[in-house]
Design a protein. Sequence first.
Length: 42
Amino acid sequence: MGRDREEWFRQFLELPHGIPDEDTFRRLFERLNPRERENGRP
């Protein structure tokens, strides 16, 4: 899915190495505080 929307992502992110794979996103979200995500905080 990310590769399909790479152009859209590039509007907001610098992606010098392309779109991160799903494992990268999974590790990122594992480290975020779930309560903060529920409140809409980054």
